[in-house]
Write a protein that binds this ligand. Structure first.
Ligand SMILES: [Zn+2]
Ligand SMILES: [Zn+2]
Length: 338
């Protein structure tokens, strides 16, 4: 079968690989769509500490079940459309046993530690496979994984109906977070972004979009809530973005960081104390957020169509990576597998 293999920094190759053979409690999936994620680009650029040469990349995939091996009772059948939670955890450690398996020390990420979904076929753990309805739009369902991150973020925000929320960064995760914030009852969602195309996308989605290089972000936020934002989500990860978050959040408000910071940041902890700021970090998702994301998409409650700005066939996957690396405005690029 054809598969996209990580070979080294800026060296990914579409190669012939043997079709995976499944063991007990595993499922073989014929991939239909797989999204390119920011973390895939970190691997591509050579800045990811974990990816090993020879691994098939891709973790945001949907497809069709072609083989199952298990003696367990399961609702998964051959021919089902499915989405996969791409995090294979140990099931035995403290974090797995207490339901926070995103923190498992032994977690194996599909497309990073084990072969992933930029391929014709991928094998996965049975308990990470989620059945989709036969009538679903598979292309949209390919956004389940990034939407699960957004759901996980918002679930940690103690959001109340009518809250004012600010999202720093209008990339795919930022705009998905903005969508979930609005769905969860935020009355004003302000997106801060400097890229014109993404600002326009945010506006089209009905958000207040502000370019902080051109407008005073704080006074725009204060137009909606004089005391400041109830919730600020940092989807940028630049030392200045945390500083901005501290400027925008009201006393007693909450800052949630989902961005992956590569550099250390100096923080005014005194303000955290004096202003009683809740500081949160969110790393991916667990069971509930993933299933909620799938439900929101299946029921059409969050519209992800505007996110899908490019679709390439698997044979052009290398070109898609090169294009994103050179810099493109695209929000989400999907790879379609024939
Ligand atoms: Zn992802
Ligand atoms: Zn574990």
């Amino acid at each position: 079968m054809k598969a996209l293999v990580y070979w080294g920094p800026k060296d990914v190759r579409l190669m012939d690989r043997p079709k995976p053979e499944i063991q007990n409690d595993e499922v073989l999936i014929k991939v239909r769509y797989c999204g390119i994620c920011g973390s895939d680009m970190t691997m591509y650029s050579g800045k990811h500490p974990r990816i090993r040469p020879g691994t098939v990349m891709g973790h945001e995939f949907v497809g069709e079940v072609v083989e199952i091996k298990t003696s367990k009772k399961t609702d998964i059948e051959i021919g089902d459309f499915v989405v996969v939670e791409p995090m294979f955890n140990c099931h035995n450690c403290f974090y797995c046993k207490t339901g926070r398996y995103n923190l498992c020390d032994d977690v194996q990420m599909c497309g990073r530690d084990v072969d992933g979904g930029f391929a014709e076929f991928v094998k996965v753990q049975l308990d990470k496979v989620i059945k989709l309805s036969k009538s679903c739009d598979l292309k949209r369902m390919a956004l389940t994984e990034p939407l699960a991150v957004a759901v996980s973020v918002v679930n940690k925000c103690k959001l109340k109906v009518g809250d004012t929320a600010v999202v720093l960064g209008g990339g795919p995760i930022g705009l998905l977070v903005a969508q979930v914030l609005r769905y969860s009852g935020a009355s004003s969602v302000i997106v801060s972004e400097i890229n014109e195309y993404r600002l326009q996308k945010a506006r089209e989605m009905g958000f207040v979009a502000v370019n902080p290089n051109e407008e005073d972000l704080k006074s725009r936020v204060q137009n909606f809530n004089k005391v400041g934002a109830d919730v600020v989500i940092d989807c940028v990860g630049h030392p200045s973005s945390f500083e901005t978050a501290l400027k925008l959040v009201r006393k007693g408000g909450l800052i949630n960081i989902v961005a992956l910071y590569h550099d250390k940041v100096s923080v005014d902890l005194l303000q955290i104390v004096y202003s009683e700021i809740d500081l949160k970090g969110t790393f991916v998702y667990t069971y509930n957020a993933f299933r909620t994301a799938k439900d929101l998409l299946e029921k059409g409650l969050i519209d992800v169509e505007p996110f899908i700005t490019a679709v390439y066939p698997l044979e052009n996957v290398v070109e898609a990576f090169e294009r994103i690396y050179r810099g493109t405005d695209d929000l989400k690029t999907l790879i379609s597998v024939p």
